[in-house]
Design a protein around this ligand. Structure first.
Ligand code: SF4
Length: 407
């Protein structure tokens, strides 16, 4: 492969052609002055680098080229540049608790090790009081968010979920409820014989503050038929997210990678998310999720590699130019990889979690929770500044006696 001139050189050329980049804020000039010069031996990356430096949107061909290149450091350099342009050294985390009210699920997705058929070994459903006790048991660190997701239970009435949310709000009024994936919302609407909008409005009235990003997987039908045939399709996921955003509920968006999808499928997924974000502005964070095959019907597939994990973070940052945040979910890629990803485009390391079940059923070997001090230590060791946030990315200030959210 032909060697390109060292990036320091065409970096200078670029600045001559693009004065806008020289006149960015003083933080950015620092970043530019301190950054290693960009260099690559892959000629496909030079025009992408020029676009990134000019703040131009990348297209599908650019995104495929980013996935195809072996030059992970060049891709990381560009993603890190964008990350620092948007957030400097700030790295967000929150103190949250996961609550999975039931693992009973009618869907039987082949990607999943969490869902169980009713009345089979390991199937569980929390009584409401049990869910409230679970919420209280992780409360010692002044949790600011409950992340609530579960299976598609064939018998639980919609009222159970409304009572769950209103009961949690009553007991923990200051805790943000980030609850129910688009897949769960669509299923609840079917069970309750309500429209998606009505379902979301009732959930919101019962206390739901925002939605997580799960269930998106990969939008392409070909892939969805293999990994999650019984779930809503990609367009229904996007439509549900759109309605949530329209009624004032922010959400996240995920992409499950490392199974049977190809580069084009990933690019298609990212571009569909970006198009919806142009329309609604309702997504907060993109979270690439590494597929864990253990204990799933797809357990013959290999686990993701470090290269692939870093690539998803970096390509996500570069393509999703309208997403404020890119999260590296330490539970799935390990805290060590998540820490490195803070130099590959990620500006969020998720939270303390407390009792993660879904990926541990699929063989994740990470701890089921992490203390706030440990998250902060990892972020500082990456040369970044830890910022505790609430779910809406407002800074949280703590003293020995109080927790304050900046509004
Ligand atoms: S991924 Fe979700 S919808 Fe699919 S089987 Fe598992 S719990 Fe059910």
């Amino acid at each position: 492969m032909k060697k390109l001139p060292r990036a320091g050189n065409y970096g200078k050329l670029f600045f001559a052609r693009n004065p806008r980049s020289e006149t960015q804020s003083c933080g950015i000039i620092n970043v530019m002055a301190n950054a290693h010069p960009f260099q690559t031996d892959d000629p496909r990356l030079a025009p992408i680098h020029a676009k990134v430096m000019a703040g131009e949107r990348l297209d599908a061909a650019d995104a495929v080229a980013l996935y195809r290149t072996g030059d992970i450091l060049a891709v990381g350099w560009m993603a890190n540049h964008v990350r620092e342009r948007m957030h400097g050294d700030k790295t967000y985390f929150n103190v949250n608790r996961h609550i999975n009210p039931t693992n009973v699920c009618v869907a039987a997705c082949r990607l999943c090790a969490f869902g169980r058929k009713k009345d089979t070994p390991g199937a569980y459903t929390m009584a409401l009081e049990e869910a409230f006790e679970t919420a209280a048991s992780g409360y010692s660190e002044a949790v600011t968010e409950f992340h609530i997701v579960g299976g598609l239970h064939p018998d639980l009435p919609f009222q159970y979920f409304l009572d769950l949310c209103s009961g949690l709000k009553q007991r923990f009024p200051q805790v943000h409820l980030k609850a129910f994936t688009m897949v769960e919302v669509a299923y609840l609407s079917k069970r309750a014989k309500l429209s998606i909008r009505e379902t979301l409005e009732q959930l919101k009235a019962s206390g739901v503050d925002s939605l997580p990003g799960g269930g998106a997987e990969i939008f392409a039908d070909r892939v969805r038929h293999i990994i999650c045939d019984h779930k809503i399709d990609g367009s229904q996921w996007l439509e549900t997210a759109k309605i949530a955003h329209q009624i004032g509920l922010k959400s996240n968006a995920t992409m499950l990678y490392g199974h049977v999808e190809n580069d084009e499928d990933r690019v298609d997924h990212l571009l569909k998310l970006r198009a919806l974000q142009d329309e609604t502005g309702g997504f907060q964070t993109f979270i690439p999720l590494a597929f864990h095959p253990d204990n799933t019907p797809l357990q013959h597939l290999p686990k993701t590699t470090g290269m692939l994990d870093m690539k998803q973070i970096a390509v996500g940052r570069l393509v999703l130019d309208n997403f404020p945040h890119i999260k590296s979910y330490w539970q799935m890629v390990t805290s060590k990889m998540a820490q490195i990803s803070l130099r590959f485009g990620a500006d969020d390391m998720d939270g303390t979690v407390i009792e993660e079940k879904i990926y541990h059923d699929a063989g994740a070997t990470t701890p089921q929770g992490m203390r706030r001090e440990e998250l902060e230590r990892l972020i500082r060791a990456a040369g970044r500044e830890p910022i505790e946030r609430d779910t809406l990315y407002r800074p949280v200030t703590r003293t020995e006696t109080s927790v304050t959210v900046a509004v």
